[in-house]
Design a binder for this molecule. Structure first.
Ligand code: ACO
Length: 323
């Protein structure tokens, strides 16, 4: 049985760090409010020349280095982003070009904060179907460019960045001891599309638009959706919370992360939290968190790692990976 095995990971952040305190001069807010309600202490904001493609390229190069590979070894590039450099072509082909690749194929996946989970699941399906042998999956976002910086209910929550992993198709035994992606569970429900959206687009207004969110509504649905899809991942693999080494959630809000872990019986010491450092970086948050926890030695080869996310759409999903 073919498994998509993680060979490397990488991350990239803009140069400029913006602590909560700095936002107090922009909107009526406070470091205390932001920390208490969200757990966020700072975020990185892209400057001139820093874009989803440039950050994605940096993360991809870091992941390739760790894997001991070069762009010549890759034949599939998937980018999860809701903040592409251009309406088209895809940010993935932009990054493919930046990497000097004229072979293979590249495309974007747009599932907002669940984008990285969707993108890894898509890459896994392509690798297992034999369409490609090695994929680089990137989550890259510059949400700062679609924020309404006069709206305190949203502008304090998000940040910019990118993360990537390299996957390779390898023969496995077909058991949960195999390294690689063990299962993927994806969901969406467009009846919630007006609770978290961007009020512009090429076909509707001809503008880029700004992010709009009914925060309380998102919050209300988040824990239930996340736990449902994680339970589906446990069930389909015959695993339980006790088998898990790490939960690496989408980093939107500390309270959502803690609430989901508690409901699932996953102890806090098994949960990777980076929302304090990066804010909500949408599709980039999971690979950024993976990079932090793999760099500091928490996530080790062979660990059982659950990734989960929920975001605009609503979309939500979970992936169980033997790292
Ligand atoms: N600073 C100070 N006060 C604020 C701020 C702020 N930045 N933002 C809102 N407030 C005020 C509100 O106006 C409100 O005041 P009022 O009581 O006088 O009306 C009060 O704080 C409480 O507001 P709530 O919205 O009830 O606050 P809540 O505890 O729900 O926290 C938050 C708001 C953090 C947005 C929360 O609802 C949340 O995290 N929701 C989920 C959002 C999320 O995770 N989104 C990302 C999903 S992933 C994706 O796809 C992008």
């Amino acid at each position: 049985m073919i498994r998509s095995v993680v060979l490397g990971y990488g991350a990239a952040l803009p140069k400029r760090v913006v602590p909560n305190k700095e936002l107090e001069s922009l909107v009526e807010t406070s470091d205390d409010w932001i920390v208490q309600r969200t757990g966020i202490r700072q975020r990185y904001i892209a400057g001139d020349g820093e874009t989803s493609a440039s950050l994605g390229e940096q993360a991809a190069r870091a992941a390739l280095d760790r894997a001991g590979l070069t762009p010549a070894d890759i034949d599939l590039v998937i980018v999860a982003t809701s903040t592409p450099d251009n309406t088209f072509p895809a940010t993935a082909v932009n990054i493919q070009n930046r990497l000097g690749m004229t072979h293979g194929y590249a495309f974007d996946v747009q599932a907002v904060c669940t984008g990285f989970v969707y993108a890894v699941a898509t890459a896994d399906a392509h690798l297992r179907a034999g369409l490609a042998r090695r994929a680089i999956v990137i989550g890259a976002e510059t949400f700062s460019r679609i924020l309404d910086w006069t709206d305190r209910t949203t502008c304090v929550l998000f940040g910019d960045g990118a993360g990537a992993i390299v996957l390779e198709a390898q023969e496995g035994e077909g058991t949960i001891a195999d390294r690689g992606v063990l299962t993927a569970h994806l969901r969406s429900d467009g009846s919630h599309k007006d609770k978290l959206y961007v009020d512009g687009g090429p076909s509707s207004t001809g503008t880029v638009g700004h992010l709009r969110m009914e925060g309380r509504e998102v919050f209300k649905h988040a824990v239930g959706m996340i736990t449902d899809v994680i339970e589906a991942a446990f069930e389909s693999t015959g695993t339980t919370a006790e088998d898990l080494d790490w939960l690496v959630p989408h980093q939107a809000n500390r309270r959502i992360i803690d609430g989901s872990a508690k409901k699932l019986g996953i102890p806090p010491e098994k949960v990777v939290v980076t929302v304090d450092l990066h804010g909500n970086t949408s599709a980039a948050s999971i690979p950024l968190a993976l990079s932090v926890a793999a760099d500091d030695g928490r996530i080790q080869k062979g660990d059982l790692v659950m990734l989960e996310a929920m975001g605009g759409g609503f979309t939500w999903g979970a992936l169980l990976i033997r790292w």
